[in-house]
Design a protein around this ligand. Structure first.
Ligand code: P6P
Length: 331
């Protein structure tokens, strides 16, 4: 007999909202809207191999990376789901160089949304899991409509953060500061259903380390010493899709690394809509996330698309990483 005790994302978020008597419901509606956008994106991702939505467009994003059609599509789906609801004061997206204002014809709200619409998109046409990452901050600017000031807040100030992983199943994982909870999309009812309540990193962690070792020649001495210490009693796993690598680390434990190196002295991953939201989740799950020197959550952003080195996962392993990197004078 099918389970009748189904906890949908909607029910879970409303129950979480009741923990905050002063809640206005705007935040709850933002998560509902994100879940809708995720379902629409999942529908296209899951049939990307069939329809002409693969392959590269003739445009490049702010980082000079060719934009896959699905990137653009996912970005527009999120924008169109969120810009008219009156819950947001502005948005920041990997696909837009500047902060995205709420159109003047729409009301604004008390939250800023930062998002990577489709991370790992270079993996789309080889059917590797990809993902959407989001971060939600309260509006702090004084003007009637938000702006860059509302986006450039440290990770410690996040109200909520989460990701959607489009893989063998579509999962939405989020935290609003009361633990980490995972929901699996049940296509037969079109609902995200609670499947992983109160996720915590396993302790002891699985002995897994995750880094692109192709760049080892460009690593700092500290990074080389760190990986040398892990080899032998850790197994290597690297998918090359941040959300997939993070999701495995969250469920199995271990250490995910994207270091700075001589090619990329600031690292490759973005602070505001990749490292910071995942750091919030890692901390809420009992883990850590570091630049190699300080907690990701304590970094004060200075620009919308700034990059950061990233060490994330089981606390003990992030501590080991910081010990090896302490003596580094950069890459
Ligand atoms: P590399 C995907 O392009 C991405 O932005 C992340 O999803 C992933 O973690 C990283 O880049 C992989 O980068 O240099 O190892 O191919």
């Amino acid at each position: 007999m099918p389970d009748t005790h189904i906890v949908t994302l909607s029910r879970h978020v409303v129950e979480q909202e009741r923990l905050y008597p002063q809640a206005t419901g705007q935040f709850t509606n933002i998560l509902f809207d994100l879940a809708l956008a995720a379902k629409v994106i999942a529908r296209e991702v899951n049939k990307a191999g069939i329809v002409d939505i693969l392959g590269r467009t003739d445009t490049v994003n702010v980082h000079g990376e060719s934009v896959q059609k699905l990137d653009e599509y996912a970005d527009l789906v999120i924008l169109n789901a969120m810009d008219h609801t009156g819950n947001l004061c502005c948005l920041g997206s990997e696909e837009h160089e500047e902060v995205i204002p709420i159109p003047a014809r729409f009301p604004t709200g008390e939250y800023a949304l930062l998002y990577d619409p489709l991370d790992g998109s270079s993996n789309i046409d080889v059917n590797v899991s990809i993902g959407t990452i989001f971060s939600i901050h309260r509006k702090v600017s004084s003007g009637p409509r938000g702006g860059l000031e509302d986006c450039l807040q440290p990770g410690r100030k996040q109200v909520a953060a989460g990701y959607v992983v489009y893989g063998s199943s579509t999962m939405l994982v989020y935290t609003s500061g009361a633990g980490v909870h995972g929901f699996t999309l049940d296509p037969s009812i079109g609902e995200f259903v609670l499947s992983h309540e109160s996720i915590t990193l396993p302790d002891p962690p699985k002995p897994i380390y995750s880094v692109n070792e192709g760049y080892a020649p460009y690593w700092s001495e500290g990074q080389k010493a760190l990986v040398a210490e892990l080899k032998g009693d850790h197994t290597g796993r690297y998918i090359g899709s941040l959300v997939a690598d993070f999701h495995r680390t969250l469920l199995r434990g271990g250490l995910f690394m994207y270091p700075a190196d001589q090619r990329q002295p600031e690292g490759k991953l973005r602070l505001l809509y990749e490292a910071a939201p995942l750091a919030f989740i890692a901390e809420q799950a009992g883990g850590r996330a570091s630049t190699g020197q300080i907690d990701i959550m304590d970094v004060q952003p200075t620009s919308l698309h700034q990059r950061t080195p990233l060490y994330m996962g089981s606390s003990r392993l992030v501590d080991v990483a910081e010990r090896h990197l302490a003596g580094d004078s950069g890459a």
